[in-house]
Design a protein around this ligand. Structure first.
Ligand SMILES: *Cc1c(COP(=O)(O)O)cnc(C)c1O
Length: 385
């Protein structure tokens, strides 16, 4: 048996008729950039996230960058994010001219460790009493925002994060690129922070047929400003109120996403069913399986298991030899990347993110994965053990 890591072809085959028709409609109406197909998707996606506004943009990285610009982050500021994520979470911070501050993760959920986060603010920051700003004592810069990452589709623990943000006068921009449809304590992911950013990269839980992303928010002023920044700083043609960027959603992507959004909840349920099948087969094997926090609905963008470091690479090789594709998300924690050497962190500054990077392994996960395929993967793991 050959088991791919993700299979976008089956999904297309199941929706071919609707998708082909949607794409043809965009072309025949010449609605290539923004326009009615994007507007219609924005409306439906805002509703899906239980928020008032959605702005379609070029990709998820731009969504984060534009959201940070919208809340006023720029040169001289600092923004904090998780040490275990895709580089876009921190790249977007640097793109604004601000400095990245990493924080360690909680080892069971792989999202921000909120105790360490609070410690950081209590021990390493001070308040500027005249402005209410929070200052990093080490750099003397103002920390403006936190980007919690709902990694692998597991919501970050937003309650303490929002409490810390309120107390320290910080904005919260959710990185929801892997968490479309996830729920945290009865609230949809995307509706919890000041703004939230989604990616519709083809392999994401809701994927376009090219690059696309979105920002969602309940704040009308932030929504209007983000929409302007994404479109050359204008709402009306040639009336530029500021300089912005060119990051708009293509009509074809809006049309494809509208078709696919109708199926997202069903796909989420299938991902959750697949995760519980994996959990059941891997019980009592000693393999670490994902933990869902109480009151949380994870959407399993990835199904990440955990072994001892010496076993991980051998297990991956063994599964590869059995025709099973796996991945590592991510093999190097962000602060340990060459790209962030200039921040002068030590490998032990983020013990949990560093340890996780050596022990985690992502198994095949997509809605159409069958129970036979899952059993085959788990049997191959048991044979290896
Ligand atoms: C995919 C991803 C992004 C960036 O999205 P793009 O659309 O690829 O730019 C940001 N953050 C996380 C956690 C992601 O997985």
């Amino acid at each position: 048996m050959k088991i791919p890591f993700v299979d976008l072809k089956v999904q297309y085959e199941n929706l071919k008729h609707e998708i082909d028709r949607a794409i043809a409609a965009v072309i025949s109406q010449n609605a290539f950039i923004n326009g009615p197909f994007v507007e219609s998707f924005e409306k439906k996606f805002a509703e899906y996230c239980s928020v008032k506004h959605c702005i379609g943009v070029g990709n998820g990285t731009d969504a984060l960058f534009i959201a940070l610009k919208t809340i006023g982050v720029g040169r001289g500021d600092e923004v904090l994010t998780a040490a275990n994520s895709f580089i876009a979470s921190s790249e977007a911070i640097s793109m604004t001219g601000a400095r990245v501050v990493f924080a360690d993760i909680e080892p069971n959920t792989y999202t921000l460790d909120t105790n360490k986060l609070l410690n950081f603010f209590e021990q390493e920051c001070k308040r500027d009493t005249s402005t209410g700003n929070t200052i990093n004592k080490k750099t003397n810069s103002v920390i403006r925002a936190i980007i919690p990452v709902h990694l692998y589709g597991q919501p970050a623990d937003m309650e303490p994060i929002l409490k810390i943000a309120e107390h320290y006068n910080l904005k919260v921009v959710e990185d929801a690129a892997q968490a479309h449809g996830a729920v945290y304590k009865r609230k949809k992911i995307g509706s919890l922070g000041d703004m939230a950013c989604f990616s519709f990269y083809p392999g994401k839980n809701l994927g376009a047929y090219g690059d696309a992303g979105a920002i969602v928010t309940n704040d009308s002023d932030l929504s209007q400003k983000a929409r302007m920044i994404a479109n050359h700083g204008r709402l009306e043609k040639y009336n530029h109120e500021m300089e912005g960027v060119n990051s708009r959603m293509d009509g074809i992507q809006g049309a494809v996403l509208s078709v696919k959004l109708q199926h997202l909840d069903e796909w989420v349920e299938k991902r959750r069913r697949n995760a519980s099948l994996y959990n059941a087969y891997l019980e009592k094997t000693g393999i670490g399986t994902p933990t869902e926090m109480d009151g949380v609905k994870a959407v399993y963008h990835l199904y990440v298991i955990r072994t001892e470091a010496e076993l991980r690479n051998k297990l991956q090789t063994h599964l590869g030899a059995s025709g099973i594709s796996t991945g590592i998300h991510y093999p190097i924690a962000l602060p340990n990347l060459k790209a962030y050497r200039y921040l002068k962190y030590m490998p032990n500054d983020f013990p949990q993110a560093s340890k996780a990077s050596m022990e985690i392994l992502s198994l095949p996960m997509f809605p159409e994965l069958t129970s036979d395929q899952i059993e085959y993967v788990c049997d191959a793991i048991k044979t290896f053990l």
